[in-house]
Design a binder for this molecule. Structure first.
Ligand SMILES: Cc1ncc(COP(=O)(O)O)c(C=O)c1O
Length: 355
């Protein structure tokens, strides 16, 4: 039995996916099977097909993304942003009140939120003082009487901005090879492509990678992300996925962004962001209000201030919104600042300098 079949939540084991009109399929010239309207929508050209439901799983999009990352399309599933991937994975593999996930704190808060919302326990492992993985705690499968089903590893990590040791992640995947999924959230990977662990999927059936177009591809509004995993994993997730997950217009924009010239554009924007990040980091290190600016391989900086709440408040009064991280025990005076445009960075810097 595949690992995915073994770990799938029991309520899904024999569940037949909802059979939408597109999933059932059928080729004809007259389609009367989905209760769609026969009219063109208001002010839309009749040549468009906005009155029709989109594909069940948009093959053009998954093929295009697979080409971009160099993997088999059978291992790719398009989802509505990385957040939907997190939600689908927890609901597919975790049984409420019996199962657990593990997170590496401080990290992206959606893993914990989704788990709690579904009655799934959360085992919280702290990153060490260099924001690296705690290998001893991660080697354990023991989580207070609950079955550990998924270990989330955000790499590079949000909000710390560092890439985690690839060897450590591989060792955790190996350790739990037969018993739990290791989900690597690579939302920021375009900023440091050499850190990707996509190839671990070839050697480890328990590795799942999450990607998104919301960050370096600058497409947060269209809500497109990807789950990359063995076919048998996607088969289980496919039981729960929404009937028509990706709107047609999102798929079209995404396919264009993933074309050769689209990827070049992304890379050029990415390189500019990286240069601005490094310049901002140097400039911030000169400021009195700043204690430390952590090195980052992403499009944001984690900054330790002498008085984070004063900085947060001052920036807010000036209409500059950054992200407070002081709710994390390890980040008592820390704010996370996205690298925006150079004008935005100058404005943010001028207000902190005025302090
Ligand atoms: C680590 C991480 N994963 C996932 C997401 C969500 O991405 P998406 O917009 O694709 O849902 C974010 C967004 O900030 C993130 O930081």
């Amino acid at each position: 039995m595949s690992l995915a079949k073994k770990l799938v939540a029991p309520q899904l084991r024999d569940l037949q996916p909802y059979q939408s009109a597109r999933r059932i399929g059928g080729i004809g010239q007259v389609y009367l099977n989905a209760n769609e309207s026969g009219f063109a929508p208001y002010e839309m050209p009749v040549t468009e097909t906005w009155n029709r439901y989109p594909d069940f799983l948009p093959t053009d999009l998954t093929n295009t993304y697979s080409r971009y990352v160099g993997i088999n399309p059978d291992r790719t599933m398009a989802v509505r942003g990385a957040d939907e991937a997190i939600d689908l994975l927890i609901r597919t593999f975790c049984e409420p009140h019996k199962d657990a996930i593990r997170i590496q704190t401080p990290t992206y808060s959606m893993y914990e939120f989704v788990a709690q919302a579904h009655g799934v326990a959360v085992d919280t492992v702290s990153l060490d003082s260099s924001f690296e993985l705690d290998m001893k705690r991660n080697s354990s499968a023991e989580v207070g009487g609950k079955n550990l089903k998924i270990i989330f590893i955000c790499n590079p990590n949000n909000p710390t901005g560092n890439a985690l040791s690839q060897d450590s992640i591989a060792a955790i995947a190996e350790e739990h090879r037969e018993s739990a999924f290791v989900v690597i959230d690579e939302a920021y990977i375009e900023y440091c492509p050499q850190e990707s662990l996509l190839s671990l999927i070839d050697s480890h059936p328990n590795v799942i990678v999450i990607r998104t177009l919301s960050k370096a591809f600058a497409l947060a509004a269209i809500r497109v992300g990807f789950l990359i995993a063995r076919e048998e994993v996607l088969e289980q997730v496919g039981k729960l996925i929404a009937p028509y997950p990706i709107p047609d217009n999102s798929a079209r924009i995404a396919i264009s962004a993933l074309s050769e010239s689209g990827v070049s554009h992304m890379q050029s924007c990415r390189d500019q962001t990286i240069a601005l990040r490094e310049q901002t980091r140097n400039d911030m290190n000169e400021l009195n209000a700043v204690e430390q600016v952590y090195s980052s391989v992403t499009n944001f900086l984690l900054v330790r201030f002498r008085d984070a709440s004063l900085v947060m408040q001052t920036l807010l009064e000036e209409g500059v919104v950054v992200r407070d991280q002081t709710h994390f025990a390890q980040l008592p005076q820390h704010l996370r600042i996205t690298v925006g445009t150079s004008e935005e960075m100058l404005e943010m810097m001028s207000h902190i300098r005025a302090l």
